[in-house]
Design a protein around this ligand. Structure first.
Ligand code: ZN
Length: 494
């Protein structure tokens, strides 16, 4: 019998994935349970395991296993895809010299410390030298990785494979023009009095219990996951049968815990939905950050902020917070969770204004990378664009260009994924509403199973077999576009 070329490759990949899972567990524990004095040792442990992952992934043995699998004419279609994706990861991991990775890591840790202080003091000058270094390193990285068109494409590829600056520029231009016009129309209609009922203390245990109830109804499998608290909520997995979510709770913010749980729940349903046979392989992954984000935003916003959802949700609120919603009509609850208000902070932005925060960052990043913008000029350009898009000027840099952690990590090219998540979600959601005519009726009854079934079949089980743009086109018949999101906003808010 002929010797299999795929089995030894799968075994080697399983080792890589087990080490990655161990790394994810170290990181999860760091955010959820680790006492503060554990930080130094944890940093060392993470560095050690990361180095092992990299060494194994780029080893000559991995190269040999790939070569022989590629030369094998008898592979199944599925195995061919696995080999192709592994080749992509292998080449990508080998492109960055170890000396560069080392310098980048050092610059990151210095930049993070200087950003923390700069944000406290609202002093851009304090962050400037480290940011300058990271921009230089990002350009160097683009040269190592290679690109066609804009050097920014090399960085985008890391988070949003298959997407380019040349595609994003017209997409974002349409969004910024239409969304800016939209918020002007919607802005005047918000009624603060309708939100006065929200100013109460909301029992944290009840918020926690409500979030578990909704997660369970969404179809999240608690036998294959759990929820914990974290300052910055996130989702992680150590395998398709252990997908963890985290949430935050504030006694004065009724919707914060629930929205965050639904958002992370959307991410987690995706990861619980990968195919069993893809476990411990690169196919049990999302093709991009933007597509992952489409799943969280679909549940958090398109479902969780819909009128149908609140037909199910309001009785639950009354049950978990007895007496606190007496006499509050459905319309007030619905409009409170959907208020539109331009604000300075991205993470607090509503559905109408959110993308504008991203577009501003994308424009700044792309200009930094192609050399048309100097780091010194970031604060000025930031404020000018805030004024242009949202009609607001930050009173200080902490509430402006120093608010996000991403640049201190050197994570240029990350932000567009958030806006793409919104676009993908809306485009998929139009298809879902065509395919599931009884969707809103099901949601009103708290029956999310048909929706989850659709996502499982069309998105989750695909894993990494297609890039995000390919998957969007294969499911909806059209390449990623801005129109469905704009239709969604106009239908909902105008
Ligand atoms: Zn997310």
């Amino acid at each position: 019998m002929k010797k299999s070329t795929i089995t030894p490759l799968r075994e080697k990949l399983s080792e890589v994935y087990d080490l990655r899972a161990a790394l994810a567990l170290l990181e999860w524990d760091e955010e959820v349970y680790m006492p503060p004095k554990g930080a130094t040792a944890r940093g060392q442990q993470r560095a050690t395991v990361s180095a092992l992952v990299h060494r194994l992934m780029t080893s000559p043995e991995m190269g040999r296993l790939l070569d022989s699998a590629e030369a094998d004419a008898g592979l199944s279609e599925n195995d061919k895809i696995l080999v192709c994706e592994t080749r992509y990861d292998f080449e990508k991991a080998r492109k960055l010299p170890e000396s560069f990775v080392q310098r980048f890591a050092e610059a990151q840790s210095q930049a993070y410390q200087s950003w923390t202080k700069a944000r406290e003091e609202s002093s851009f000058a304090r962050f400037h030298p480290q940011l300058q270094t990271l921009v230089h390193l990002a350009r160097e990285k683009a040269e190592h990785v290679g690109y066609s068109g804009s050097p920014y494409n090399a960085l985008l590829e890391e988070f949003e494979r298959g997407m380019t600056t040349e595609q994003l520029t017209p997409l974002f231009a349409e969004l910024s023009q239409r969304q800016t016009a939209l918020i002007k129309r919607v802005g005047a209609s918000s009624n603060l009095e309708e939100e006065s009922w929200l100013h109460q203390i909301w029992d944290e245990n009840a918020q926690w219990a409500l979030s578990l109830r909704v997660l369970g109804d969404m179809g999240y499998d608690f036998e294959a996951g759990r929820q914990d608290k974290a300052v910055h909520p996130f989702t992680t997995n150590f395998g398709i049968h252990d997908v963890r979510v985290t949430t935050r709770i504030s006694a004065t913010q009724l919707f914060s815990c629930l929205s965050s749980a639904m958002h992370e729940g959307g991410h987690a349903l995706y990861e619980q939905g990968f195919r069993e046979e893809d476990a411990r392989s690169p196919l049990a992954e999302a093709p991009s950050l933007g597509l992952h984000e489409s799943q969280s935003r679909l549940w958090e916003n398109m479902i969780g902020r819909s009128a149908a959802f609140w037909a199910y949700g309001l009785p639950l609120l009354r049950q978990f917070f007895p007496g606190q919603l007496d006499g509050i009509p459905m319309g007030h609850v619905y409009r409170s969770i959907n208020r539109v208000r331009p604000s300075l902070i991205r993470v607090e932005a509503d559905e109408c204004t959110y993308n504008l925060h991203i577009i501003l960052r994308f424009e700044i990043e792309a200009a930094l990378l192609d050399g048309s913008l100097n780091v010194t000029d970031i604060p000025h350009l930031w404020n000018a664009k805030m004024k242009q898009y949202l009609g607001l000027v930050p009173p200080n840099h902490s509430l402006g260009c120093l608010q996000d952690i991403h640049w201190s990590h050197g994570a240029f090219g990350y932000f567009p994924a958030y806006a793409l998540g919104n676009l993908y979600a809306a485009q998929l959601f139009e298809q879902i509403r065509r395919d599931l005519p009884s969707l809103w009726k099901d949601v009103q009854e708290g029956n999310f199973i048909p929706l989850l079934g659709w996502l499982r079949t069309n998105i989750h089980r695909v894993g990494r077999r297609m890039t995000a743009p390919q998957l969007i086109e294969s499911v909806t018949g059209r390449p990623p576009e801005a129109a469905p999101y704009l239709r969604y906003l106009e239908e909902k808010f105008v």
